[in-house]
Structure formats: C-alpha cells, structure tokens
Ligand binder design. Structure first.
Ligand SMILES: O=C(O)CCC(=O)C(=O)O
Ligand SMILES: [Fe+2]
Length: 228
C-alpha cells in the first residue's frame, strides 16, 4: 500500500477559506481601511500606515542591503523582475515594530509571515505579471508546501511616491494603484473558498521617472519554516 498525501495546494480548502474570512472580517471593520471595490479580488488599502520618517529609514535599509532580485524558479528570465531586493533584518527594531503592526492590522498569525522583503525599482525596472501564490506544478512546490504551504495574503507597502510609472497593476481586474509613500495594500491571493485566484495576477509597471521602494510580506497558510 502506498501512502498518498492529498495535495490541496491548487483546490478549495476549508482551512484557507477560514483564514480568508478571518482577515476579511478584521479589515472590513477597521474604519481606517478601505476595500477597493472589485468583484474578482479582495483587496484593501490603508493610507499613511507608516510615517515619512519610517519610510525614509526603510529606504535606507534597502539601499544598504539591495542585491539583484532572485525569482524562485529562475526560469522566467532576468528581465522578468528587474528590481533590486533584499530581506530586511527581522531583528531590527523598526522591522519588528512594522511587522507587529501588519499582524495587528490583518489578524494574521505572525508565525505564518515570511521575512519582509524590500525592493527598489529604478528607471525602467519592473516586476512583470505574476501571481504570489505557488503553482503546484512548479519544481519548488513540494519544498514550499513543506515550509508552510500556500501564500494566502500579501501585505505590500509603498515606501515612496514615484514621479511617473511604477503602478501596481491588477491586469484581470482593470485597475492599477499608483505608489503613495506610507500606503499599505493587503490582498487575498485566494478565492473565498481557499483556492488560488488567477484574477490576483499583478505586475509592477516599469518606473518611468523616479525611484520606487516597496516592502512585501507574504503570509502562508501554516507556520512558515524556511529551514525545513
Ligand atoms: O512592486 C509592486 O508594485 C508589486 C510587488 C509584488 O508584486 C510582489 O512583491 O509580490
Ligand atoms: Fe507580487
């Protein structure tokens, strides 16, 4: 007899649906949070989540730590994501404080959150269309599955305005969001039933003028254990 482990990474999941409902409820009752009305995607925004001083400090952290972005698969070509990125030091007091605030805002379990990633896009740099959830046919999926499973929610904060370009475009949903310093976006990469939502497809459009800085924190369905 073989041991078959049922892989629900690409299907509906009551556990992920429950997680989605919890975060949705928490964000929906926060008067500082706005839901961006769209039938295809659950996405919320909160302006001035971080102060200009905090944003400046985090931009400096990214400038100090930036190295060319690595994509998981490595197969999409170097032009796929041309920004510079780094993992922020999880022991830095500012990073700890911000992480705590993101957790408080969303109600997500802090143990499910990946390390915050900082990214910087200079003129012409972009992050082409992609989904944040994992495809279960990808070579890295078995490892990602063991290390916390699907990415459910994305919290992304703009650390700068951008003079021109650099919008976050949700291509299937017909809208894009211009970067505003201090604003955080939180979206569900899954449908209400916990299955991956292809309409969460998004891109960081090329920066035309100026420099764009963002922080991204992805949350998994289970505690994140990168070392396992
Ligand atoms: O920089 C952006 O606007 C989008 C970033 C993004 O999609 C990500 O970090 O997953
Ligand atoms: Fe993304």
């Amino acid at each position: 007899m073989t041991n078959t482990i049922y892989d629900d990474g690409a299907s509906a999941s009551p556990a992920r649906a429950k997680l989605g409902a919890k975060v949705r409820a928490k964000l929906s009752r926060n008067p500082m949070v706005t839901r961006i009305a769209n039938p295809k995607l659950e996405i919320f925004g909160r302006a001035h989540f971080a102060t200009p001083q905090e944003c400046a400090a985090m931009r400096a952290m990214i400038d100090a730590g930036a190295e060319p972005s690595a994509l998981f698969s490595g197969s999409s070509g170097s032009e796929y994501r041309s920004s510079y990125s780094c993992h922020l030091d999880a022991h830095d007091p500012l990073v700890i404080g911000l992480t705590n605030r993101i957790v408080a805002l969303t109600g997500l379990d802090p143990t499910t959150g990946e390390t915050i990633q900082g990214q910087r896009y200079t003129q012409g740099q972009e992050y082409r269309l992609h989904c944040d959830y994992f495809g279960i046919t990808a070579s890295y999926w078995p490892r990602m599955r063991a290390q916390g499973g699907q990415r459910c929610w994305t919290a992304m904060m703009y650390l700068s305005d951008v003079e021109e370009g650099g919008e976050t475009q949700f291509a299937q949903c017909g809208f894009m969001i211009p970067p505003r310093e201090g604003m955080i976006l939180i979206w569900n990469n899954l449908r209400p039933d916990g299955s991956p939502n292809p309409d969460s497809l998004h891109a960081a459009l090329p920066v035309v003028k100026g420099t764009k800085y963002v922080l991204t924190k992805w949350f998994r369905e289970r505690p994140w254990t990168p070392g396992s």
